[in-house]
Design a protein around this ligand. Structure first.
Ligand code: NAP
Length: 464
């Protein structure tokens, strides 16, 4: 009988990615009743994925999820290997040699494309770039956004679009005591943006904002929301969607849009205009974005199945800055089967499958790389629990001999010159960030380069 999962032969699981789904998978494994050792691998020296690099700086409450993750990380059966990238520093095969199972919880780091001419003009950016930039993500800290434009356009009406809109619409006073990266705060302080156009391809009843996030767009100190009352006229299918009890979110959104539409004429320095039933069909300019050409849409299909269909009626909007906020996509890792269409790892209920639909023993996925980029932080808990349940059901088919876990990886990493960041190393970086933020009244001032983070550790080893 297999001894896997006993104290003599603990189940060794490598988790790739340190965002919410990785931590919830760890929690679920460590509470399973089996003897388990978790090694979490993260390509940055800092853990927490989108909670650190995605959640907007003016949403500190959402970041409190980190308190739960810290508790998990402090457990003796949990081990963090930061600054280690799978596919670059280690291969999946190497992880398979050292661990009984691998859970990919690496999120969705890339963006969907609009697929229209001019999409790559300078001045046209992905929301990911902007979000990474204001959050101090090392990959995006050197991006520049021409904030000397007066008009900015955001394509998409989800919560990421709402985040981008708030960061463009808020005043420096509203942001300066958050953990926004200092380069972003300095650039936003000089912003000339006056109009922000938030454009949905479908109607107001299909906007993907959650009501709390939409409401906030009407509560900015110096930015008025603008909705043309006629834009809230809806077709019978949309009206029937709104009376459905399971669709409270969109009914609440409509009430908020109606309240915006009834407001007195805008007086604030900035305005946030909501547009519906419009799709960008071309971005034009001479190297730099100058205007967006929109096509007016109508909705087609049954309630909850309605899609946008072009009417050939066109409108232009002059603008020099545009953000595509139309959803994320996962990024492939060599050795893990990837669904190009959906941008996720091919999987059946969290078990990775090959292109012939056969389960690949020992490989799993959780979170956005499993189901696509949907839901809030908490949604990932149930998702990760389901993946762990599948993994534990498979104990009998996993290769059950003893495995070394991370101890087997350190020699490879040392040979490859990788400075592995442990959780206690991260604690030192974390403390240094908090210290840097203190004089500015900020919860932290993030290090925005890997070098800057590692320098904290080098300094520490010099003084100890
Ligand atoms: P999202 O909620 O899926 O919204 C994407 C938006 O882009 C939708 O309006 C969608 O319209 C539109 N879109 C997609 N393809 C398009 C195209 N080709 N042309 C024009 N428009 C297009 O995605 P997200 O805003 O990236 O957010 C991802 C997830 O993170 C969501 O679950 C979100 O709630 C969550 N999140 C939560 C928070 C928070 O809780 N505060 C903050 C940020 C993100 P259709 O509906 O027509 O497809």
């Amino acid at each position: 009988m297999s001894t896997l999962g006993t104290e003599r032969n603990p189940l060794r699981v490598a988790i790739v990615g340190s965002g919410p789904s990785g931590f919830y998978a760890s929690e679920s494994l460590l509470k399973s009743g089996y003897s388990v050792r978790v090694d979490m691998l993260e390509r940055l020296p800092a853990p927490y994925g989108l909670v650190r690099n995605g959640v907007a700086p003016d949403h500190p409450k959402l970041k409190q999820a980190i308190l739960v993750y810290e508790k998990i990380a402090e457990g003796p059966e949990f081990n963090f290997l930061g600054n280690v990238s799978i596919g670059r520093d280690l291969t999946i095969e190497e992880l398979q040699r050292t661990h009984h199972a691998i859970i990919f919880a690496c999120g969705a780091e890339a963006d969907r494309k609009l697929g229209i001419p001019g999409e790559d003009l300078s001045g046209s950016h992905t929301a990911t770039e902007f979000v990474g930039w204001y959050n101090g993500h090392p990959d995006y800290r050197d991006r520049t956004f021409n904030l000397s434009n007066e008009v900015a356009v955001i394509i998409g009406q989800g919560n990421v679009a709402a985040d981008v809109c708030r960061l463009l619409g808020k005043t420096v006073d509203e942001l300066k005591h958050t953990d926004i990266a200092e380069h972003a705060l300095a650039a936003l302080a000089e912003s000339k943006i006056r109009e922000i156009h938030v454009v949905g391809r479908r109607g107001p009843a299909q906007a993907k904002f959650t009501p709390a996030e939409l409401r906030e767009l009407g509560e900015m100190a110096d930015c008025d929301p603008v909705v043309a009352p006629g834009d809230l006229d809806m077709n019978p299918e949309s009206l029937s969607e709104l009376v459905e009890k399971t669709n409270m979110i969109n009914a609440k959104n409509i009430k908020i849009f109606q309240e915006f539409a009834q407001r007195a004429a805008p007086t604030k320095r900035r305005r946030c205009y909501f547009h519906f039933l419009k799709s960008p069909i071309e971005l034009t300019g001479d190297g730099h974005l100058k205007r967006v050409i929109f096509e007016k849409n109508r909705l087609k299909g049954d309630p909850f199945q309605q899609v946008a269909e072009g009417t050939t009626e066109r409108k232009e909007l002059a603008c020099g800055l545009l953000f595509r906020s139309i959803g994320y996509r996962g990024v492939p890792i060599p050795g893990a089967p990837f669904d190009e269409r959906r941008g996720v790892f091919l999987n059946k209920g969290g078990r990775l499958i090959d292109k012939y639909n056969s389960i690949i023993p020992g490989l799993y996925a959780a979170g956005w790389i499993k189901r696509g980029p949907t839901g809030i932080i908490g949604t990932n808990r149930a998702d990760s629990v389901a993946t762990v349940k599948a993994l534990l059901e498979d104990l009998g088919v996993l290769s059950g001999g003893e495995k070394p876990g991370a101890e087997g990886l350190y020699p490879y990493l040392a040979k490859r010159g990788i400075r592995v960041v442990s959780f206690s190393d991260w604690r030192a970086i974390d403390a240094a960030e908090v210290e840097r933020g203190r004089p500015k009244g900020k919860p932290r001032e993030k290090f925005t380069t890997v070098k800057g983070m590692l320098a904290v550790l080098n300094k520490r080893s010099e003084t100890t």
